[in-house]
Write a protein that binds this ligand. Structure first.
Ligand SMILES: [Zn+2]
Length: 147
């Protein structure tokens, strides 16, 4: 059962962060086996004029993702942040950035973007293995096909 969230008007307003409308990404992410059982989350976007905090936050009790648009980032960061935060919502809050969350994040990245990412919990992962970097590099090489 594929949910056509855009066609059904669930995300009727554009969700543009750093120039990328995230709605089609959400639809694809929520139509993966891991996402199918999950009610579509609300997305709230904050436009910041300076860099502060993190790019995203997940709110389990409200099934909501807050996204910050801040100077110095691009649409590939937006996509990566969406996948990261959605992975949080798909596992219990207590998981934090543990191996369960990590597996979901990696699976979503692989199924929707065919990206083999690496996640390290205790130190930052190699830049080359991060989703935003993989997508940005593909785009620079003219190899990017986004959903
Ligand atoms: Zn996180």
């Amino acid at each position: 059962m594929v949910r056509q969230l855009l066609a059904q008007g669930f995300y009727s307003q554009p969700l543009v962060v750093h120039g990328v409308d995230l709605r089609i990404h959400l639809e694809h992410l929520l139509n993966t086996p891991l996402g199918l059982k999950h009610a579509p989350p609300r997305i709230k976007i904050f436009r910041r004029t300076r860099r502060m905090g993190t790019l995203g936050t997940a709110w389990w009790h409200h099934n909501r993702i807050n996204l910050n648009e801040m100077p110095g980032y691009d649409g590939f960061d937006s996509i990566d942040t969406l996948v990261h935060e959605l992975a949080h919502l798909l596992v219990p809050q207590r998981c934090g950035h543990d191996s369960t969350w990590e597996r979901v994040y990696k699976t979503l990245a692989f199924e929707v973007y065919n990206a083999d990412i690496e996640v390290h919990r205790f130190h930052s992962s190699k830049k080359e293995k991060r989703l935003h970097h993989i997508l940005r590099t593909r785009n620079e090489k003219g190899l990017l096909t986004l959903p």
